[in-house]
Ligand binder design. Structure first.
Ligand code: FMN
Length: 315
């Protein structure tokens, strides 16, 4: 039997597959067995109630979807008093995702959610439609280092820093997050985009700009996971465009220890158990006894000389 267990910075997961923040809630338990998930990643919570962005909040595009939900939340108190006890009916570790406008409040939020029952804290420092200094810290190395270090000082829980694919130098930001004390990196949030409804000559979503997710972004995020895994010594959680088991394997080979899935769950709410079973079957077929052995196992040779390679191809 294949050993699907992985260890993300000291947190043991039964398998490497979990939803991305904002794409999971306990209602999914009506169609899947939540206890099969590697972990439960909660929707990002902010301190106070937020109504989110004006509708429409999502639009389909070729290769994925664009969204600007605007981080609606009933706030921290509701999370701690109502949502946390609901999550604790289930076995998988709980990852609490937090966001704030300032580094100070980010650190306070981290302290406030460092309660029993929360197994790790994901810092959503990368919401694509927020300002660089106000929620979208991961566009910049200095902001990232500062906010992660301030959060580090306020909790003993593992910190997963969720990076932004919109940063100019994502590797620099990854290094800054690791230096600030992150235990793992979630790579990555959505790519800022625009879709126009040509009949109405208006943006398709209410907030104008939104975050692109789905299969179209997968090679871009794959490249970032690969580069970040080479640059830092902490585990990476790959997220972007996974729709099938080979996508999961690809992320692991690129250097991820675990993966998150968002878009695919909108297309098929029962995709998660299919991916978990599919991963076990893929490993079985390919003689892989431990899924953890796939992490970073891409055969990584220097590109061949063009003429030598072309000659070899000709025989
Ligand atoms: C509808 C929707 C809501 C999301 N909400 C959040 C959120 O609250 N916090 C967060 O960190 N990421 C959020 N994300 C980003 C996802 O967690 C994930 O990083 C991104 O969608 C890329 O993965 P995918 O291509 O599998 O969808 C959201 C994505 C979608 C599609």
């Amino acid at each position: 039997m294949v050993d699907l267990r992985v260890n993300v910075a000291g947190l043991e997961l039964a398998n490497p597959i979990m939803h991305g923040s904002g794409t999971f809630s306990t209602e999914i338990g009506q169609v899947i067995d939540i206890n099969r998930l590697g972990a439960m990643v909660a929707k990002t919570v902010s301190r106070d109630f937020r109504s989110g962005n004006p509708p429409p909040r999502v639009a389909e595009v070729e290769g994925g979807m664009i969204n600007s939900i605007g981080l609606p939340t009933k706030g921290l108190r509701h999370f701690l008093e109502t949502q946390l006890p609901e999550y604790k009916h289930f076995k998988p570790p709980l990852i609490c995702s937090v966001s704030a406008e300032t580094a100070d409040d980010f650190a306070n939020m981290v302290a406030d959610v460092s309660v029993p029952g929360v197994d790790a804290i994901e810092l959503n420092i990368s919401c694509p439609t927020r300002k660089p200094g106000g929620g979208n810290f991961a566009l910049n190395e200095e902001h990232t280092h500062k906010v992660v270090a301030m959060c580090r000082a306020r909790t003993e829980k593992p910190i997963w820093a969720k990076l932004s694919p919109n940063a100019g130098d994502v590797v620099g930001v990854a290094e800054a997050a690791a230096a600030g004390g992150a235990n793992a990196l979630t790579v990555a949030n959505t790519i800022l985009g625009l879709k126009i409804d040509v009949n109405r000559r208006r943006p398709s979503i209410g907030n104008k700009l939104g975050g692109l997710s789905g299969p179209g972004i997968k090679p871009i995020i794959m490249r970032m996971v690969y580069q970040c895994a080479k640059a830092v010594n902490i585990p990476i959680i790959g997220v972007g465009g996974i729709v099938k088991v080979e996508d999961v394997v690809e992320y692991l080979l690129a250097g991820a220890t675990a993966v998150q899935v968002g878009y695919a769950t909108f297309r098929n709410p029962t995709v998660m158990p299919a991916l978990i079973d599919g991963l076990a079957a893929w490993c079985e077929r390919n003689g892989v006894a431990r899924v953890a052995d796939l992490t970073g196992a891409m055969i990584d040779e220097a590109p061949a000389d063009t003429y030598v390679a072309a000659g070899a191809a000709l025989g």
